[in-house]
Every structure is written in structure tokens, then in C-alpha cells.
Design a protein around this ligand. Sequence first.
Ligand SMILES: Cc1cc2nc3c(=O)[nH]c(=O)nc-3n(C[C@H](O)[C@H](O)[C@H](O)COP(=O)(O)OP(=O)(O)OC[C@H]3O[C@@H](n4cnc5c(N)ncnc54)[C@H](O)[C@@H]3O)c2cc1C
Length: 402
Amino acid sequence: MVEEACDVVVIGGGPAGAVAGALLAAGGVDVIVAEQKTFPRQKVCGEFLSPGAFPVLTRMGVLGEVLDRAGPEITELAMYPSVGLKIRARLPSDGAGRFARGVGRHHLDTILLDRARRLGARVLSPCHVRKVVGESRDGFVVHTDQCGVIESKLIVFANGLPPATSKAAQRSKLMRQMVGFKAYFEGCELDDHTIGLYGCRGIYGGLQRTGDAAGTRRYNLAFVARRAVMEHLGGADALLSRLRQSNHALDRALAKARRIDRWYAWGPLQPGMRRLFDDGKFYVGNAAGEVQPLVGEGLTLAIRSGALAADTICLGLRGGMSAAEIAARYEVLWREDFSGRHYWGNWFATMMTHPVAGLVGSILGQIRPVAQWGVGVSGKPFSPGTTVGKSSSRIIKGGAQS
Ligand SMILES: Cc1cc2nc3c(=O)[nH]c(=O)nc-3n(C[C@H](O)[C@H](O)[C@H](O)COP(=O)(O)OP(=O)(O)OC[C@H]3O[C@@H](n4cnc5c(N)ncnc54)[C@H](O)[C@@H]3O)c2cc1C
């Protein structure tokens, strides 16, 4: 029995899905967002929100609310590879002089999903999507656990996972061998405006101030480890001990620190580019491609790709384009904006965890312009106004306005 019908079902209400749902609704599209969890909820993430996401958050009318919940501006990057020298670089601001911030995912994701609701998206939560059947010609039928069956013309996958059948999911050995962890700490020895990145063989992580809670100066420590290393050493505490033993900069930063929350774990991590479209099904955020956590661009990629998909679909539906025509446009713009971050993210992850790559990279990184170039290619361009890629600004101007 069909309980709901709409133009577009968005599967997943994380940053990518919430933004897609919000901007589709703002553009006059009848959209349902199905999210399996009840918000607020925690999520394994370093919570570094780069200014590349700010234009979309501004457009959604939530940037102020997000920044109110965030930690101090993060203006400096300090990298300590497994072997080699410390690399320092200045992080870019957006055109308005705003820098990256740490913001708890329980706050960020809730603000975005609430905004989607207020802009007219029908948010079903908790609502786990079990399967999607059909094709673009006749429409799709979405089967859920809690909310019955939904009919729609198009689907946006924002579930944070690769399609089960994708080559990337089947083949990537590296990815299946990585697991992520996060916990909050207090009492860390780290400058408020610096993000520290620390590596050793098989593990890398980041430490930074994030939004505070009840007067506590909270730091987010998130790291990823190869599964083989985890199986050898044990859980999060053992992995962190190994990282501290091997990386003295992190050991110093945590010398007087205290963990103030439980560990959260997530895996397997599956960095890499995936499918963007498949017969009426669009993929956004991590479902379209997962960038190495090290570069701190996953949230921005999720937010911007959600906006890009929404704008492309709005324009396409208004202009009577076919699903394939809408997809072709989405794909070109996505690749223009996001491909480079994937490539260089993998390179930097290797540099953090592999001794030879770390040594070579850290020597090169002593040359200031090289370090700044590295920050740029990871997705953080410097010149004012370029934090929104050419493609996104083009399509956002032509797309739905909230
Ligand atoms: C250790 C680690 C550190 C990181 N650090 C950073 C960082 O500092 N900065 C940064 O920018 N990025 C970071 N990232 C990456 C970032 O967390 C992701 O890129 C981001 O969460 C992707 O957003 P998304 O909306 O695509 O997916 P998600 O955030 O995963 O959201 C997907 C949503 O879909 C829902 N869902 C899934 N399946 C279903 C279903 N069948 N039915 C209904 N709902 C469903 C889930 O409950 C979830 O809410 C990090 C990642 C890791 C693992």
C-alpha cells in the first residue's frame, strides 16, 4: 500500500541530505527526506567545518546559528607526519574573512535538518529505507521500515554509503581496512586557533577546539586506523596510545588532557569517488564520494554536493529536462568542483602514515609556498571569493533561492 507520494525522496538526513532536501523544497519541489535516526545524534567526525561550506549555509539562512554553536576560528594548520619535520601553513578564509570552525555534529546536523523541515521538506525520522525499486521512466517505490511505502519520480541517495554494488565498494582494499574514532577531551595543550594533524604507521588523527558544552573547553580528537593495526592492538584507547608513543607532538598536546565522553567508532571507511547518477538516482555527499578525513573537507563536500544536486534537479524539472540530462549536468559540475580533493587527500594520508612519504613531504613542506599550495589543492583555495567553486556559484545563482 502506498502511503506517500512526492517528486523526490532523499535517503539520509545528514548534511548532504538535509541540504538537498532544504533547497529542493525552497525551489518548489515536493520532497521527502527519510532519516533512519532521531536527531540530535553523535557522528564520528573531526567536526572541522571549512569556509567552503559557508555560502550554502548562508543561502539556507543557518550560518549564524551554526557559528553560534562552533568553537573559535581555526586559522593555522600544524602537521606532524609519522617521520620528518613539522609543517605549518595558514588556512584560508572565505571572501568575508571568516575561517574554519569546529562544530559538533549533533548541533550541525540537527540545525540543517530542522531548516529543511521549515523550508517545506517532509522529514520522516526515524525512517529507515530498506529498498528502492523501479526506474525513472515509471517512477520509484521506496520501502521503509517505519513509514510504509513512498512513490517518487527521482531519488537522491544521501545515506553516507557507497552503493552496495559499486566497484569502489567491492575492490578497495585500503578502504575496507580503515576504521574511524572520535572522542571529546578537555585540558589539551593546543593553541585555540590551530588544528593539529598527527601520524604514525597505519594511524593518523586530528585535534582541534570544537563547540563547547556547559562551560567546558572541548577538543575533538578524531583518528583513523588501518583495520590490521586495530586487530593487532585492540580498541580506541590502545590505538591512541600507539599514536602518542610514536608521535611526540600529540603526546605533548594530550599530556594533561582528560577524555570527557565515550569513544564513537565508525567503519569501514571507504574514501574514493563513486557513482554520481544511475537512471533517476542521484548520489550526494559520501554516497557520491568519500574524501580522506585528513583534509577536513567531507562536510563541505556533502553540503555543496547536496546544494548542487538540488539546484540541478530544480532547474531540470522546471525546464522539462529528462533525468539523464539533469544527471549529465550534475556530473560535470561535481567533477569540476570535487575531483581534486579526492586525489590529493589520498596523497596527504599516505604522507602522514608512511615514513618515506612523510620524510619527503615534510622536507618539501618547509618551503612555505609548497605548504600553502598543499592546503589549496586539498580544497581550500586562497583568493577571496573562490571558496565557492566556479561551478557551484554558477548553478547556485541559477537555482532555487530560499
Ligand atoms: C574519523 C573521521 C573524521 C572526519 N573528520 C572530518 C572533519 O573534520 N571535517 C569534515 O569536513 N569531514 C570529516 N569527516 C567526513 C565527514 O564526516 C563526512 O564526509 C560527512 O559526514 C558526510 O556527510 P553525508 O551527509 O554524506 O553522510 P552522513 O553524515 O553519513 O549522513 C548520512 C545519513 O544517512 C542516514 N542513513 C543511512 N542509511 C539510511 C537508510 N537506509 N535510511 C534512512 N537513513 C539512512 C544516516 O543515519 C545518516 O544520518 C570525517 C570522517 C571520519 C570517519
